[in-house]
Design a protein around this ligand. Structure first.
Ligand code: AMP
Length: 283
């Protein structure tokens, strides 16, 4: 496994691999890898001749007062997981090279970036789309894998790939959870043991809504009320958003169906966690 830091080295390596007829599978991350990332890497290993992982904590997707400076990092641990998953190249660029002096071009995402995380984190998805487009140009992937944990992000990347005619197949992968239901996230590292328990209210709210929906409840208002009650019973939790929306358009729906997305962001103390489910999907 080779670690590459320079953009030119990575791009030249990727272009030579392509010229040699290799299919490149790519998993972009911000590092501090866990089993969720590993599931993407393992699937990537099957889908490409060559597996490329990027680790980059992207400053332009963080807003003022967010956790850019304290985002957890562990390159050594990440490399051990990457090796285990059969990664061929780890690309770890510096922010200084990714956004060199004079940088002023970015991608603007319209409607899909407005609700949910886009409304709590203005500019976040423009930052995500811009860095992913840059990483695609540097890493030249044939296929790129993203987690459904970041459902809106996946929808936006799919849209961007179509809108900008990027020659990359986008694969969405299921959410990997801890045994007790908590969706895996690098940010779970911020939680104290008590907060870790409180954080279960997200997956429990999802479970409750899935159960009620399976039992025939279709009123979005009633489903959301039940979820809200469960979360508000947890003193450490404050709701950022809790919504039912159409999984394709991300527009609000008065009535739930199998293609309805339930998405929520909840702060446990100062740690903001997200989770989601599509009501008709298996998990
Ligand atoms: P991040 O490092 O948080 O930017 O995540 C990198 C990629 O891993 C994104 O495509 C995420 O959606 C995906 N990912 C993060 N957590 C999970 C999880 N629990 N299950 C599946 N994919 C995940």
């Amino acid at each position: 496994m080779k670690i590459i830091t320079s953009i030119t080295d990575m791009q030249q390596t990727a272009l030579s691999l392509k010229r040699a007829g290799k299919r490149i599978a790519f998993v972009p991350t911000m590092g501090f890898l866990h089993e969720g990332h590993a599931s993407l890497l393992r699937e990537g290993r099957k889908r490409g001749d060559c597996l490329l992982l990027s680790i980059f904590v992207n400053p332009i997707q963080f807003g003022p007062g967010e956790d850019l400076d304290r985002y957890p990092r562990n390159l050594e641990g990440d490399c051990a997981i990457a090796r285990e998953c059969g990664v061929d190249f780890v690309f770890t660029p510096t922010a200084a090279e990714m956004y060199s002096t004079g940088f002023q071009t970015s991608i603007r995402v319209k409607d899909l970036a407005r609700p949910l995380c886009g409304s709590s984190r203005p500019g976040h998805f423009d930052g995500v789309a811009t860095v992913v487009a840059k990483l695609f140009n540097i890493c030249q992937p044939d296929v790129a894998l993203f987690g459904k944990k970041d459902f809106q992000q996946l929808a936006i990347i799919r849209r961007m790939t179509t809108d900008l005619s990027l020659p990359v197949e986008i694969v969405g992968m299921p959410i990997v959870r801890e045994a007790d239901g908590l969706a895996m996230s690098s940010r779970n590292a911020y939680l104290s043991p008590e907060q870790r328990q409180s954080a279960l209210c997200l997956s429990r709210a999802i479970h409750l809504v899935r159960e009620r929906h399976a039992a025939g409840e279709r009123s979005a208002a009633r489903l959301l009320e039940a979820a809200r009650g469960l979360i508000l019973a947890e003193p450490a939790a404050t709701i950022d958003y809790l919504e039912l929306r159409d999984a394709d358009t991300l527009e609000t729906v008065p009535t739930a169906s199998d293609t309805t997305l339930m998405a929520l962001a909840v702060k446990i103390g100062t740690t903001r966690l997200i989770d989601n489910t599509v009501l008709g999907d298996e998990t």
